[in-house]
Write a protein that binds this ligand. Structure first.
Ligand SMILES: Cc1cc2nc3c(=O)[nH]c(=O)nc-3n(C[C@H](O)[C@H](O)[C@H](O)COP(=O)(O)OP(=O)(O)OC[C@H]3O[C@@H](n4cnc5c(N)ncnc54)[C@H](O)[C@@H]3O)c2cc1C
Length: 539
């Protein structure tokens, strides 16, 4: 077995918008950035379409952007955090322009702003129509490659945070290249930033890269970090139902440009569902599409008269998916389904990106900073990742640095190696888990479905015998979502329960969890609901 040891000042796990922004802003500190694929590949950041929300139009204002954000968040947003990110929106866009990112502009040099659902003004700053992520990441990667303080470790997957006596001192992982499975990588540092993205990969239908399955949440939970809002998984109303995995996204900006939703009977069902019709908040649209599908209807995006022949130039990325599926958006209806898209919950941080574990920081989708409350306003997530990337870097830079490295605990190393040695092919169980989460913890839940989901996850855990590290992480993350979903006996934002259809003021709070409380809660749920106990199942 070969081990590669690095000793930077700071280790950043994740090479999306959040991770790269932290790394760039940490100069002159020595930083090691780790990504599971080649830089930029398999990140939600590169796949993002519409762009970054910023209230820069002359008729718009920070106050209106804040009002839209809080209204969408359904009473659960942290107003101070929302204010912070919104007030920085123009600055982060300027920062990106300064490193060469090109945004769409009008002939007079002003930004060509897009409109998305639940925004009361046009305020989406994007690039090449629906290719914003590609352009933003191009700029960031280019800058990272020119930065001497950054070392990038590509194709390395981090499996554990090294810790002893409540102190973290680095991360350990291995190369993802199957030809070198025993090559371990150790990065020693007392400052660890997790920027590992979302968890759509635990659902059967998702817009996220399959490698985004909440690994950062599992890493943080294992060292005792507090998680919060785990039940809030946002489903995007318009995944393109072309039979592809992951599901390609049809950005909301398409509806912002006038496209509407119809069923196979040409019924524009959103007109009677919400005063803002197709521009209602995401949860309302996803719920209404779900109702249509539940009634046996098919749902389509109709762009024929509203966007027509301009589709290709305005939305080139979505157009390319349509071409592959032999659909012409100027002439044909586009079949759509709601898909798991964004995780609002995650590792709880304060307004500086600090978690409950000393030395551990989080930013981007893995973090739960409180800005999105119970429902995320479209395009506020890239904004959050960019702003918190800077905040975390500034905070770390203001800290004194330990020069000496803590010795690696040989017991920890031994356990780690045993844990990751297994070569079990867990694909069968992984697909069972994804379909369980989609069916029972999807867009709409109720007690029966959540408990069925729990029983299934426990069965998968028992049958797979805990032998796959990836599956173990997916099981852990699913359990946190299940506990949050069972405890929140109300409907709020993107957490929709058939059995509790209304919001309940007593739930104007966050459901915090740790791995210990989650396991205790599951034991109580099994007892209270008279479900087979884990131990019984395992015997
Ligand atoms: C199709 C799509 C369109 C979207 N459009 C928009 C939009 O228009 N506007 C908007 O604001 N938001 C949009 N979003 C959401 C937004 O893109 C994400 O929330 C944001 O990009 C997350 O950035 P991140 O840096 O946190 O994570 P990511 O960009 O997903 O990066 C995660 C990184 O972590 C690495 N990683 C994960 N686990 C490990 C591990 N164990 N070891 C090593 N590395 C690891 C990955 O390799 C990757 O480099 C969209 C999302 C999708 C999927």
């Amino acid at each position: 077995m070969t081990e590669n040891i690095y000793t930077p000042d700071v280790v950043v796990v994740g090479g999306g918008v959040a991770g790269l922004t932290v790394a760039l802003n940490l100069a002159p500190r020595k930083v090691c950035v780790i990504t599971k694929s080649n830089l930029g590949i398999n990140t939600s950041s590169s796949w993002s379409q519409a762009g970054i929300a910023a209230s820069i139009d002359k008729d718009d204002s920070l106050e209106i952007h804040l009002k839209d954000t809080l209204k969408t968040a359904k009473g659960l947003a942290n107003e101070a955090v929302a204010k912070k990110i919104i007030s920085e929106s123009f600055n982060v866009i300027k920062d990106l322009e300064n490193i060469g990112v090109k945004f769409d502009k009008n002939s007079d040099g002003s930004f060509n702003l897009g409109l998305e659902a639940a925004h009361s003004h046009k305020r989406i700053v994007g690039s090449k129509g629906d290719s914003s992520g590609i352009e933003i990441m191009r700029g960031l990667i280019n800058e990272v490659k020119q930065s001497e303080h950054i070392t990038v470790l590509e194709n390395v997957s981090i499996d554990s945070i090294m810790h002893e006596n409540n102190t973290i001192y680095g991360v350990i992982g291995r190369f993802t290249d199957k030809n070198m499975p025993d090559n371990h990588v150790i990065i020693q540092s007392s400052h660890i930033v997790l920027a590992t993205g979302g968890l759509g990969g635990i659902y059967a239908n998702t817009t996220n890269p399959r490698s985004s399955y909440g690994e950062g949440i599992a890493l943080a939970a294992e060292v005792g970090a507090i998680l919060t809002d785990m039940e809030f998984v946002q489903f995007h109303p318009t995944g393109l139902d072309f039979g592809l995995d992951p599901t390609p996204l049809a950005t909301e900006a398409i509806r912002g440009a006038g496209a509407f939703l119809v069923n196979q009977n040409n019924d524009r069902f959103m007109l009677s569902a919400h005063p803002d019709a197709e521009l209602a908040p995401r949860d309302i649209i996803a719920q209404n599409i779900f109702k249509q599908i539940d009634q046996g209807n098919s749902v389509f995006l109709d762009c024929r008269d509203t966007i027509g022949d301009n589709f290709k130039s305005r939305f080139p990325q979505v157009h390319s998916y349509c071409v592959k599926a032999e659909i012409d958006p100027a002439k044909d209806l586009m079949p759509i389904i709601p898909v798991a898209h964004y995780h609002i919950g995650g590792v709880k941080t304060d307004i500086t990106g600090r978690t409950s574990v000393d030395g551990l920081w989080c930013c981007g989708e893995v973090a739960a900073t409180g800005v999105h409350g119970a429902n995320r306003l479209a395009s506020n997530s890239l904004l959050e990742a960019l702003v918190f990337g800077k905040i975390v870097a500034n905070e770390i830079n203001s800290q004194p640095f330990k020069q000496e490295q803590q010795a690696i605990n040989s017991n920890f190393l031994k356990t780690y190696k045993e844990k990751t040695r297994s070569k079990i092919r867990a694909k069968k169980y992984i697909w069972q888990l994804r379909s369980t989460m989609m069916r029972h913890l999807g867009i709409v839940r109720n007690e029966t479905s959540i408990l069925k989901g729990l029983s299934e996850i426990i069965r998968i855990e028992r049958d797979s015998k805990g032998l796959s590290a990836k599956l173990n992480d997916m099981i852990l993350v699913s359990k946190f979502i299940i506990v949050g979903a069972i405890k929140r006996t109300e409907s709020r934002g993107c957490h929709l329960r058939f059995d509790y259809p209304n919001a309940d003021p007593k739930f104007l709070n966050h459901i915090d969890q740790t791995q210990i409380t989650m396991e205790q809660d599951i034991e109580s749920i099994l007892l209270e609901k008279d479900l087979p106990q884990e131990k019984t199942l395992a015997s």
